[in-house]
Write a protein that binds this ligand. Structure first.
Ligand code: C2E
Ligand code: MG
Ligand code: MG
Ligand code: MG
Length: 282
């Protein structure tokens, strides 16, 4: 009886695995055509200075509108795109699209773009960034590339060489999701970072966990010591923002300040004499 049940369960798992494998292949396949079919969209999330509350830039976040599945979250499809190599075309599209968009703003706000390990290690990535800046006319100082530590470790010397070439263009580099993954303090020193982004998992816990608060204070101290500004990700409550302000964290990003959305909804930030959302509604 137990054996039979066990076999039944096994068959159930096998069936489910089959679906997962098939689903994955389908996603891999569909991803290959997502750019040309116009299914990808970039949404923008504001990044602000904590002391003045003023917007300093936006992070570009990718959305995939799948014709049958609806919105597929990046945490699901980006790892697949990295494995199949689709990320190269997708990443190039995101970079070009966001640089072109940022050029149209009245205010010279920064645009932060996530770069995957596969892009960073692909031959000619620095040249691609150069070409896109040239083609769109975006001032290099307005572009910030967000790189995770995990993206560096594949080939540290190669990553370093590429990032140095990108830095030489005048582009900024931010370390994303700091404190998660394979954190190594030597990376912070060896790599030409301009900013540290504290992962949302720490920000979220500063009110409830003394450990999280200590980690955030330590990263802020590290930033001060190294002369690197720190941005806290995932700020959702005013208590979190107050904590970060009291600890002299420079920048914040999160639902409290603004959820990621189409750039049209942020005209009050990008336009010189932009109408506020309230005025717009009136
Ligand atoms: P990330 O770069 O760390 O981006 C921040 C994530 O936190 C985004 O999730 C954002 O929507 C979410 N977020 C922002 N504020 C809050 C908040 O207050 N609370 C909570 N709970 N979440 C918040 P999203 O858009 O789902 O993106 C997930 C990840 O996918 C990104 O993490 C990034 O690693 C990757 N990703 C997104 N777009 C791209 C892209 O164009 N290229 C590459 N290579 N990766 C991307
Ligand atoms: Mg990011
Ligand atoms: Mg992050
Ligand atoms: Mg992340």
């Amino acid at each position: 009886r137990a054996k039979q049940e066990g076999r039944g369960r096994l068959r159930f798992y096998e069936a489910r695995m089959g679906v997962q494998v098939r689903e994955r292949r389908q996603i891999e396949h569909d991803l290959r055509h997502a750019v040309e079919r116009g299914e990808l969209q970039v949404v923008y999330q504001p990044q602000t200075r904590i002391d003045s509350g003023e917007a300093v830039g936006f992070e570009a976040l990718l959305r995939w509108h799948h014709p049958e599945r609806g919105i597929v979250p990046p945490n699901l499809f980006i790892p697949i795109a990295e494995e199949t190599g689709s990320i190269l075309g997708i990443g190039e599209w995101v970079l070009r699209e966001t640089c072109r968009e940022a050029v149209s703003w009245d205010k010279p706000l920064r645009i932060a773009v996530n770069v995957s390990a596969v892009q960073l290690h692909a031959p000619g990535f620095a040249e691609l960034v150069h070409e896109i800046l040239f083609a769109t006319g975006l001032s290099p100082a307005r572009l910030e590339l967000e790189i995770t530590e995990t993206a560096l470790i594949r080939d540290l010397p190669r990553a370093l060489a590429t990032l140095r070439r990108i830095k030489a263009l005048g582009v900024r580099i931010a370390m994303d999701d700091f404190g998660t993954g394979y954190s190594s303090l030597s990376n912070l020193r060896a790599f030409p970072f301009d900013k540290i982004k504290i992962d949302a998992s720490f920000t979220r816990a500063v009110d409830s966990s003394e450990q999280a608060a200590t980690i955030v204070r330590t990263v802020l101290g590290l930033g001060r010591g190294l002369g690197l500004p720190v941005l806290a990700e995932g700020v959702e409550t005013s208590a979190e923002l107050a904590f970060l302000d009291a600890e002299s964290c420079q920048e914040a990003q999160g639902y409290l300040i603004g959820r990621p959305g189409p750039i049209g909804g942020f005209q009050h930030l990008t336009a010189e004499h932009g109408k506020s959302a309230a005025e717009d509604a009136a």
